[in-house]
Design a protein around this ligand. Structure first.
Ligand code: ADP
Length: 555
């Protein structure tokens, strides 16, 4: 009984093995029996084929094992990203325009890479990781490439999001492959630059709970391990990470000394920078004398280098489409508008709608021009684009870092002007005012609730306090203040547009007939009526202070 039970237990534990062994023995017996029944001639043929069959079986087994292991180790989506030589990247610092401070920093990095051996000899700290922080399109990748080129090293690049996979361990294994490749390149070329884009995709503060994305964790851990490994191995490998997320959203472990401890901040270029970038890209395309680079740079406030490059390329395309091989200012304006305001849409509007849009936009146009202390009107249009029926495009003439009361109320007035214009002309208003209203309301609310700019003198940031803790009386006062700010602005606009009724009618008719008015046309009409823009800043090309991107008062 006891033996039977044990035997049964062994059988159940090893039944697969037992079946396989029995199967194999059966097959061998069968094949021997078969061979014996063959004539000797055929038996010899079969025996002769045996080594070959064994070889084939062996090869199949190896292939299978290789595929299986590959799958376990992270599949065959191996790191086959551009492993280019420095020569092929070929971007020099002289190609990087308008971000001089960041360039300075990077020059130093290059010097450190080149002096690598010397520094090691002195016992100084060796450069491992550089973190480039800045908005997209400002040239982080571009600068990293320039570093590689100037230092004469190969450039390996990859986006962190490519490391992050559903299967745990895949990311980490890709990191290993990437560093293996880098070591091989460093061995051959005396060094290597690894560029990891979107570092924030995996460098976010590591989460350690069960819902945390353990894949990102293991990937990031692997990077840390590899980076620490480099320090001891002394390979001349520099890792450049790029991110547009704020620095403190990255895991502190990534920023520790010996890792991404050197930071290069890249910001949007200032006026001078934009001018350089425009000049650099316009040198590559044929353009005529109408293309005024200084003015374009002023107009392109808040634009990144990539956007400026895009504007120049788009204008070259537009010129080609119009059958010319030379770019004119008109092409550039068209390109900027297309990028900024969207492509024109063809919809059939009723005459009345068209007319109301014209008056609405005229309101915006006049208020910005006559009341706004910092903004200039670059364009007014009643051609539908994107989701808007018309648009007045205005921008500060210089970058602005902080807004005072006058600027904020000017923004409210500009936004409300469409509504007031409709009301004055038609004594009724349209749904076209909704986005204007939300803009105006948001500014007024902010002024009163957060900035202490309300007329009743309540000071402080009331949005910090839970609403339930603010007394009803204070809340009422705050809301009344918001309403007061809006009404005061509205009254000022109404007064202005009523006073300038002739000009108002004139602009509306101009817009209706021409559909679009440019900067020069707008300026000409105003000066015809003896009006000047009260801008606080004069447009001098040598000024370089900067601001937030444009606001577009649209309907
Ligand atoms: P990021 O990595 O910051 O998102 P990129 O480096 O990819 O931006 O920049 C995109 C493109 O914009 C580059 O390929 C280059 O053509 C252009 N560009 C960016 N910065 C500059 C610059 N400072 N000077 C000239 N061109 C630039």
């Amino acid at each position: 009984m006891n033996y039977y039970r044990r035997w049964k237990m062994h059988f159940l534990n090893h039944r697969t093995k037992i079946f396989v062994i029995f199967g194999v023995i059966l097959l061998i017996i069968l094949s021997i029996w078969g061979m014996m029944s063959l004539e000797s001639y055929y038996r010899n043929i079969t025996l002769a084929q045996l080594p070959l069959s064994l070889l084939m079986a062996g090869m199949n087994a190896v292939i299978f094992a290789y595929l299986y292991m590959g799958l376990m180790r992270g599949g065959f989506a191996k790191v086959d990203k551009k492993s280019v030589n420095a020569k092929e990247v070929n971007i020099r610092f002289s190609d990087v325009m308008g971000i001089d401070e960041a360039k300075e920093e990077c020059w130093e990095v290059v010097r450190l890479i080149k002096d690598h051996t010397r520094i090691k000899k002195i016992g100084g700290k060796i450069l491992r990781g550089i973190l480039m922080i800045g908005p997209p399109g400002c040239g982080k990748t571009y600068l990293a490439k320039a570093i590689a080129t100037e230092a004469g090293l190969p450039f390996l690049s990859m986006a962190a999001s490519e490391f992050v996979e559903i299967f745990v361990g895949v990311g980490a294994s890709r990191v290993r492959t990437l560093f293996k490749k880098a070591r091989a390149l460093a061995y051959g070329f005396g060094g290597c630059v690894i560029f990891i884009d979107e570092l924030d995709a995996m460098g976010k503060n590591r989460t350690f709970n069960q819902f945390g994305n353990s894949e990102t964790n293991s990937t990031q851990n692997q990077i840390l391990v590899e980076m620490d490994g480099l320090t001891s191995a002394g390979d001349n490998i520099i890792i450049i990470g790029a991110t547009n997320a704020p620095e403190d959203s990255l895991d502190p472990a990534l920023l520790r000394p010996g890792r991404f401890d050197r930071k290069v901040y890249i910001t949007k270029p200032g006026l001078e920078g934009r001018e350089q970038i425009f000049r650099y890209y316009f040198n590559k395309v044929k353009h005529d004398a109408t293309v005024d680079i200084g003015r374009l740079a002023r107009k392109a406030i808040g634009k990144t280098p990539a956007e400026i490059e895009n504007i120049v390329k788009e204008s070259a395309l537009i010129a080609t489409r119009n059958g010319r091989d030379i770019v004119t200012l008109k092409d550039v304006s068209e390109a900027m508008e297309r990028i900024e305001l969207g492509v024109k849409r063809k919809i059939n509007m009723r005459d009345r709608e068209k007319e109301m849009t014209a008056y609405h936009e005229t309101g915006h146009l006049m208020v910005v021009y006559l009341l706004h202390p910092t903004d200039d009107v670059f364009k007014a249009s009643i051609i539908p684009r994107k989701s808007t029926l018309g648009v007045v495009h205005h921008n500060p003439t210089e970058e602005i870092y902080s807004h005072d009361r006058e600027m904020l109320t000017a923004n409210i007035k500009s936004a409300l002007a469409g509504y007031v214009a409709e009301k004055i002309k038609y004594n009724t208003t349209t749904s076209g005012v909704s986005s204007d209203f939300s803009t105006a309301m948001a500014i007024a609310h902010n002024m009163v609730w957060k900035l202490g700019m309300g007329p009743s003198g309540l000071v402080g940031d009331y949005t910090m306090i839970p609403e339930s803790e603010i007394s009803e009386e204070v809340k009422t006062r705050l809301n009344q203040d918001t309403d007061r700010v809006l009404k005061d602005c509205m009254n000022a606009v109404e007064e202005l547009l009523t006073k300038e009724r002739d000009l108002f009618e004139r602009f509306a008719h101009e817009l209706l007939t021409k559909q679009e008015l440019d900067y020069d046309e707008i300026e000409a009409i105003f000066s015809e009526y003896g009006k000047a823009n009260p801008r606080r800043f004069s447009i001098k090309p040598e000024t370089t202070t900067e601001s937030a991107p444009n606001t577009v008062g649209d309907k």
